[in-house]
Design a protein around this ligand. Structure first.
Ligand SMILES: C[S@@+](CC[C@H](N)C(=O)[O-])C[C@H]1O[C@@H](n2cnc3c(N)ncnc32)[C@H](O)[C@@H]1O
Length: 183
């Protein structure tokens, strides 16, 4: 009888925990807006494979829940991968998943407009145009020569991309563009 009581308690506790995690996940997703999907990440991996060369330092500007960082680290273990994110909840998930998958990724809670990018060799972002306007001059001032920037969907307002890669999203039947800039 006592054993049954304890099992019921554990069961109720686990159910509440799962519900809580799910709730946080929904809140985090709604704050993020538009995280990349799996097909976008696969396209990104192809682009990085093409451009990686001797580059060893990858940053995701606004990494959300860290899906891109995880996919990149899994594919290119030689890269130092850093995710910059301002949202506490997004980072909580990113760190939790990274621990679970035993990956070595640094997630930093910061406003990327204040972060020093001078050592970054591969930079990825999936950000809306208003923030790109603020970011463009910082990228020009700080990125080292030879760095590449991959921007998902939205382009920088003034700088001309080196290449534009268009991919077909089978799931949503739409095209997605990646803008690639060489510094
Ligand atoms: C559209 S999500 C992209 C997530 C991820 N990079 C991907 O491709 O799946 C953009 C993320 O940028 C973060 N973000 C926006 N402005 C930021 C800033 N100034 N500093 C840090 N993070 C920022 C948002 O919180 C959001 O999680």
């Amino acid at each position: 009888m006592i054993l049954f009581f304890y099992f019921s308690l554990i069961f109720i506790f686990l159910a509440i925990l799962i519900y809580f995690i799910y709730f946080i996940h929904i809140v985090a997703m709604s704050i993020c807006g538009l995280p990349s999907d799996q097909q976008m990440r696969q396209s990104l991996i192809k682009i990085v494979t093409h451009y990686i060369g001797q580059r060893r330092h990858f940053i995701d500007l606004g990494c959300g829940q860290g899906h891109v960082c995880l996919a990149i680290k899994k594919e290119f273990s030689q890269l130092t991968v850093i995710g910059l994110e301002k949202s506490f909840w997004q980072l909580l998930f990113a760190r939790f998943k990274t621990k679970l998958l035993k990956q070595k990724i640094r997630f930093i809670k910061t406003n990327f407009l204040k972060y020093d990018l001078s050592k970054t060799e591969i930079i990825y972002m999936y950000l809306r145009p208003p923030i790109l306007k603020k970011l463009e001059q910082k990228l020009i001032d700080e990125l080292p020569s030879g760095a590449i920037l991959i921007s998902n969907t939205f382009c920088l307002p003034y700088r001309q991309p080196q290449e534009i890669i268009t991919t077909q999203q089978v799931k949503f039947n739409k095209q997605v563009k990646f803008f690639i800039y060489l510094f």
